[in-house]
Design a protein around this ligand. Structure first.
Ligand code: GMP
Length: 234
């Protein structure tokens, strides 16, 4: 039990999937896990533990933004022994060749700052995905027939961004998409010797202005859960 997770130590699995939205955690646990049990509901941040093909898995919300994710990921790793953490979430595409609903595997995550930035002081630490997870997720996405891209993403601190020049510069440097959590997840995983990956689907497009209808979001989300589970237990 920690300040933000009211579970007993053995109620959290070593493998944790982290969607931003707690209700997506509930939906994913009820849809994909056998015998899912609610293990946290502090502040409405839901976490469930069950099994998938005989493997224990926890699906726990992260909330939106790096400060929120950082609290949950830190406690899951340091207090509950999580070893593999996979963010599953939505993202805004920043390249014309990336289409709505495409899957993006974040090889690296750039940011202006992260909750961890202070400890690196003068160093620009490069947060990157675990290669083993990245490879197995890529194989899983391909075998599902998903259009999958691997590359750098941008973990932003703002959703309503007043800096179009930054977006333009990121796009010019080949950044595939923007979201708000992955860089800090990668920092924490690096610090604690864990494996981490962000599996994202394109829910909106910064170049074309498209937005995914909510019915489509559910099915894209389901694909990500399967890719993440297959990657974790490959
Ligand atoms: O709606 C915001 C949430 O969805 C955050 O948790 C982000 O990770 C993610 N997200 C999806 N699309 C976008 C986007 O276009 N911009 C930003 N900043 N976050 C996005």
């Amino acid at each position: 039990m920690t300040a933000h997770i009211r579970a007993k130590k053995d109620q959290i699995a070593e493998t944790v999937l982290m969607p931003g939205d707690p209700l997506r955690a509930k939906w994913a646990a009820e849809t994909f896990l056998e015998d899912p049990k609610l293990v946290n509901d502090v502040r409405g941040m839901l976490g469930f533990t069950g099994t998938w093909r005989g493997n224990r898995v926890t699906i726990h919300g992260s909330g939106m933004g790096m400060p929120s994710l950082s609290i949950y990921a830190h406690e899951l790793i340091t207090q509950f022994g999580a070893k593999t953490l996979i963010r599953i979430g939505s993202t805004g595409a920043m390249q014309a060749h990336v289409k709505m609903r495409d899957v993006i595997l974040a090889q690296t995550a750039s940011s202006i700052s992260t909750p961890s930035a202070g400890i690196f002081r003068e160093v620009n630490f490069a947060p990157c995905a675990d290669f083993g997870l990245l490879r197995t997720a890529y194989d899983a996405a391909q075998s599902k027939g998903s259009d999958v891209h691997v590359g750098g993403i941008y973990s932003s601190d703002v959703f309503y961004d007043e800096r179009p020049d930054l977006t333009e510069m990121m796009t010019r440097h080949g950044i595939l998409a923007v979201e708000m959590e992955a860089a800090e997840l990668y920092n924490l995983a690096a610090r604690h010797g864990c494996r981490a990956l962000a599996v994202l689907t394109v829910s909106d497009h910064l170049v074309t202005g498209e937005q995914l209808p909510s019915a489509d979001r559910q099915s894209s989300f389901g694909d990500m859960v399967e890719i993440a589970l297959e990657a974790a237990f490959a």
